[in-house]
Design a protein around this ligand. Structure first.
Ligand code: AMP
Ligand code: MG
Length: 539
């Protein structure tokens, strides 16, 4: 089967020739053109974003899956990314099959899968005209110098390819990412089993009464032929003694001694047939799956007791500042408790990571020495505090001095403007602003993205859309704002309640926050019901 996939920022030509030389009977095409309306509003363009390697992989996988049902000879998929104007083609799909009906079924099936499974999404709609906003507090300001969050996330994806793998026992595998496809080692179930407690008789035997000749309990293995007029008592899960049987439920049977009278035979055979759940060799779990309790149960059922998973990243967290004391201490005037170390430890703990942690005073020479001595096998170095450009903010200087390449030194976002992303060898360093709310935002956006891409998870986190449950009063700040919010799923749709926060040092929203609203720079107020983008913090 010939497959061509392109994710492109270039316009898709009006005519795209089917692949030369591919064998085909029918060629069916679909062209998705951007319409002039989105959610009831006139728009000028849509912006598409994708996790590119993963999107390609999912497209390929969907085509291969569908081809198992509707034999496909060739397929071409082109998806445009970035801003696509109204009237232009955003997606082109062409498929070849032997017959027209197969080609159409394949195309329809693929378009459904594309929507559901492929990480390509509409990032935003660009309005045709600026919507009137009399309540805006301030007009949009030009963006400040600094990297847009989208660009930072993109850079992190590039810097964090999937880590090496290891085999771990099932009890250590929850939440880890599977890196191999696990196929059924044998038919599931491996033999025909009774689905009920009852009596097995021949399917072709219409007798009303039977002689009970044996009993099969779960765990027994008693192959035998049944003759007309014979029945075997069998328990739920018991292996049927031969083929072409039916199990009569106990409720439909009357038994006197060794004689069974069947009151009623129904159309149901009450058998879990060999291979009905999955045939031998059929994939049960795909690489990239995050192993849940259910997935681990499935692995256990097929003896997959040491799944191959991504190794855990090695992490070190340094909390800097002369003012911070341990949370169990009473701060002297001017001091504060170190909340970031707890936040970082528990945040990373969600992915089974146990970072090394140290609390250090702002002693540049000491920190420089620490950085020189870092274990080169370290994957993630987090430095809290000292990320901005104030006199005592030295993270950038220290990292550069220790030979780290600085990729990002400021984010065009709030909270969390002082941000450093740097790399030396295999170590990714993030300098995070000390303010706790900024910490929360940076952990969720940047550290989460790095972890997800290192993990090789099939579905890394990304922005989603939902509706506001209340008015949101922003202040027209020029930078993009990440606003703590409470996210709920109601009737299949996401609703978001903005939480109150007074500054990037304000932790009071953090007990409730499970999402960050993404509020575009220059936004004043958003009325209740507005569609907003959000980043889930917990799923
Ligand atoms: P910095 O990024 O070092 O300029 O710190 C910014 C603000 O965050 C200051 O008000 C610090 O006191 C505060 N801060 C720094 N580190 C921590 C920490 N570990 N826990 C709580 N607050 C912190
Ligand atoms: Mg500091």
């Amino acid at each position: 089967m010939h497959i061509e996939i392109q994710l492109t920022r270039e316009p898709i030509p009006d005519h795209w020739p089917p692949p030369a030389g591919a064998r085909m009977g029918a060629w069916a095409e679909f062209r998705g053109v951007v319409r002039g309306e989105e959610n009831g509003a006139s728009i000028a363009a849509l912006e598409y974003e994708a996790y590119e390697p993963m999107a390609e992989r999912e497209i390929r996988r969907s085509l291969l899956d569908l081809a198992a049902t509707w034999p496909c000879l060739a397929a071409q998929v082109i998806h445009r990314l970035g801003v696509v104007a109204v009237g232009a083609t955003a997606i082109y799909v062409g498929v070849a099959a032997t017959h027209r009906a197969e080609a159409f079924a394949l195309l329809a099936g693929f378009l459904n899968r594309l929507k559901q499974d492929v990480p390509i999404w509409k990032r935003r709609a660009l309005p045709e005209v600026e919507p009137p906003s009399p309540r805006k507090i301030q007009p949009a300001l030009p963006p400040e110098a600094g990297s847009a969050v989208t660009a930072i996330l993109q850079r992190l994806r590039q810097l964090c390819p999937p880590l090496e793998t290891e085999r771990v026992p099932l009890h250590a595998a929850r939440g880890r990412v599977l890196r191999e496809t696990v196929d059924a080692p044998e038919d599931q179930p491996a033999c025909d089993r009774s689905a009920v407690d009852g009596y097995a008789v021949r399917l072709d035997d219409a007798s009303g009464t039977f002689q009970i000749v044996d009993e099969i309990r779960a765990g027994d293995w008693k192959p035998r032929e049944l003759h007309p007029g014979q029945a075997v008592r069998i328990a739920t899960g018991g292996a049927l003694p031969c083929a072409n049987l039916q199990v009569v439920m106990r409720e439909a049977a009357e038994v006197r001694g060794p004689v069974l009278r069947v009151r009623q035979r129904d159309a149901e055979r009450h058998i879990r047939f060999r291979g009905e759940a999955a045939g031998k060799g059929q994939p049960l779990l795909q690489a990239g799956t995050v192993l849940s309790a259910g997935a681990l149960g499935l692995l256990a059922s097929v003896g997959g007791v040491r799944p191959r998973v991504t190794r855990l990243p090695r992490a070190l967290h340094l909390a800097t500042g002369n003012e911070i004391v341990a949370p169990d201490q009473v701060p002297a005037p001017g001091q504060i408790r170190d909340s970031n170390s707890t936040l970082v430890r528990e945040f990373l703990g969600q992915w089974n990571m146990a970072p090394g942690q140290r609390r250090l005073a702002e002693d540049e020479a000491r920190l420089a020495a620490e950085l020189q001595q870092l274990d080169p096998a370290l994957d993630l170095l987090l430095i809290s505090g000292g990320a901005s450009v104030g006199e005592h903010d030295f993270t950038r200087r220290l990292l550069a001095g220790a030979g780290f390449e600085i990729h990002i030194h400021k984010a065009n976002a709030r909270p969390g403007k002082p941000l450093i992303v740097a790399q030396r060898g295999r170590t990714l360093a993030l300098g995070l602003p000390g303010n706790p709310l900024a910490h929360f935002v940076c952990l969720n956006l940047y550290v989460r993205t790095a972890l997800a891409h290192w993990s090789g998870a099939a579905q890394p986190p990304g922005f989603q859309t939902g509706r506001l449950t209340t008015d949101l009063h922003s202040d027209g700040q020029a930078r993009e704002t990440f606003w703590p919010a409470r996210w709920r799923q109601a009737a299949g749709a996401a609703t978001l309640t903005p939480l109150r926060w007074s500054s990037s040092g304000d932790l009071t929203a953090l007990a409730e926050a499970n999402a960050l609203l993404r509020i575009a720079g220059g936004t004043g107020q958003l009325p209740s019901g507005s569609v907003v983008e959000f980043w889930p913090c917990q799923e």
